[in-house]
Design a protein around this ligand. Structure first.
Ligand code: TNX
Length: 514
């Protein structure tokens, strides 16, 4: 059996006393089993990337794209068996994969090279993210660096605790263009998060082109909180995001929030309003004061068109229909609406997801609830789980990365309290809600609402350093994720990488930065 060889509370230190991120013991997320050795491998200009089947080629190309700019090496992708004079990085789908679960991998480093084995390409990709962290931080540079490209020796066997690991991004309150979303996807992939939930519509903006309803983007997309110019994704741009995400083994989950949070649609079409008048453009941050008009036939034609077009554009298995904060409706009206909307999603071959209030509408069992509460006492949610509903865990006290770190944080909100860095790590996705079993939990998801988040730099400041902590809760074994005092050293050791990447992270005094 493999073991870490290190006690809890001790990240492996380098000679200057700070944790060295390129040691196997210091990975984030920490792997299932690690055994380090002295047999390091050093990349040279002769190193080749070896594959033996077409399915590994895509991941090999991605790896080459990561390593070529900073090393300046050619790193050709060759069809094996072939090791090259100075060894190879070999990526192979292993048929005897019984010991590696789906999404998992084995990685071995010795003086001849690096071998990554997995049963699926997604596992090879996860192994590549691990390899990336075993190289010096300079590997993250986008220009040629002079460095010794040594990979720490040893063996890793690894697989995720939860098959679902998510991150949400609100592109409605402030719009973020395709390039920013791609960078966001890259941060997810770096920490082995495999679902991107895009909050595409809200009171302040409609961000996705719908052929049958052109005013949504002609009129409903040109503003945002504070009155900026807004924006939206054309179908081509959305496809580009989906495709980029796929190339990083990330599934896109589109959210069309309904029946509340629909101000931008109500501003675009008079007939969707009960009084037949277009709603005023909304550049504020109020919530809960809008709803589609549930008494009108056209409302159901509208949501059916939108759901079917969005489903058609989305290869992933999920479609999120919001369902939060419909404060203008009675429970009965809300439930009646959901009993129309949810079957439309299922009809399109997608699994419905809603914020956890949706579970109160007694939806079909495959409907997933996304928990965003602030208390472990949530008996309605526990009852729904008991009946067979699965849950995505985004407790606002821990996983809402739009919450301020403390009272001095300029960005973000504080309605769920402050979330200092340790708090985003000190919780268990499967243990948060009283009376809910791990078997009901799909996994954790961070949320990033954008009421006052305007730029990529703002996004990075709220994400780092909290996001890697939640990512680790989603990936690593429970027994290895219960000690902030151990984790904080591994987290700190990531900073040299972020410095090279140019990440605008919050330098929390609670993290022992190198
Ligand atoms: C609550 S969380 C909301 C959002 C806000 C967010 C701000 C949820 C399902 N609804 O509309 O943006 O708080 O933190």
């Amino acid at each position: 059996a493999l073991s870490t060889g290190l006690g809890v509370g001790m990240a492996k230190q380098s000679s200057n006393g700070t944790a060295d991120s390129s040691e196997m013991e210091n990975l984030v997320p920490t792997p299932v089993d690690v055994k380090s050795s002295k047999a390091d491998y050093t990349l040279t200009e002769n190193t080749v990337i070896e594959v033996r089947d077409g399915e590994a080629t895509e991941v090999a190309e991605y790896l080459a794209g990561l390593l070529r700019p900073s090393t300046g090496y050619e790193l050709p992708i060759v069809e094996g068996p072939s090791t090259g004079p100075d060894g190879s990085i070999s990526l192979r789908l292993a048929s005897d994969s019984s010991a590696i679960q789906s999404q998992g991998y084995r990685l071995q480093v010795n003086s001849d090279g690096v071998q990554i084995r997995a049963s699926e390409p997604a596992g090879l990709f996860a192994g590549v993210q691990t390899l990336r962290q075993l190289l010096p931080p300079a590997i993250e540079a986008d220009t040629e660096q002079s460095a010794e490209w040594t990979v720490s020796g040893g063996r890793i066997r690894d697989y995720p605790r939860f098959t679902y690991r998510g991150a949400h991004l609100d592109v409605a309150r402030h719009f973020f263009g395709v390039e920013t979303v791609k960078q966001y996807i890259d941060y997810l992939a770096q920490y082995k998060v495999n679902h991107l939930h895009l909050h595409l519509t809200d009171d302040q903006g409609w961000r996705i082109e719908i052929d049958g309803w052109p005013n949504l983007t002609d009129e409903g997309a040109d503003s945002e909180v504070g009155g900026g110019s807004g924006g939206y994704y054309t179908k081509e741009e959305y496809a580009e995001i989906v495709q980029y995400a796929q190339s990083r083994f990330v599934t896109v989950i589109p959210e069309i929030d309904m029946p509340g949070h629909t101000g931008a649609a109500l501003e675009s079409y008079a007939e969707l309003n009960c009084d037949g008048e277009k709603r005023q453009e909304d550049t504020g941050t109020n919530v809960g004061d809008t709803s589609l008009c549930l008494d009108k036939e056209v409302t159901y034609e509208f949501i059916e068109d939108v759901i079917s077009e969005v489903a058609e554009m989305t290869p992933g298995p999920y479609l999120h229909i919001g369902g939060d904060e419909a404060h203008t409706l009675s429970d009965e009206d809300y439930n009646d609406f959901m009993s129309c909307a949810i079957p439309m999603v299922i009809e399109q071959g997608k699994r419905p997801i809603g914020w956890h209030q949706i579970l109160g509408a007694d939806p079909p069992e495959q409907t997933i609830g996304q928990f965003w509460g602030t208390s472990s006492d949530a008996p309605e949610v526990a009852a729904a789980a008991e009946e067979g509903h699965e849950l995505i865990m985004s407790p606002a006290t821990d996983a809402y990365l739009d919450m301020k770190y403390n009272e001095d944080t300029e960005l973000g909100l504080d309605w769920a309290g402050y979330t200092p860095v340790p708090d985003a790590y000190d919780w268990d996705p499967a243990g948060y809600i009283d009376g809910v079993d791990e078997s009901s939990i799909m996994g954790p998801e961070t949320a990033l609402w954008s009421e006052n988040i305007r730029t990529l730099s703002d996004i990075e400041f709220m994400l780092f350093p909290r996001f890697p902590g939640v990512a680790e809760l989603g990936w690593s074994p429970e027994a290895k994720t219960d000690d902030w005092d151990e984790f904080k050293h591994r987290l700190a050791a990531q900073a040299p990488r972020w410095n090279v990447q140019g990440v605008n992270y919050y330098q929390s005094p609670q993290v022992p930065w190198p």
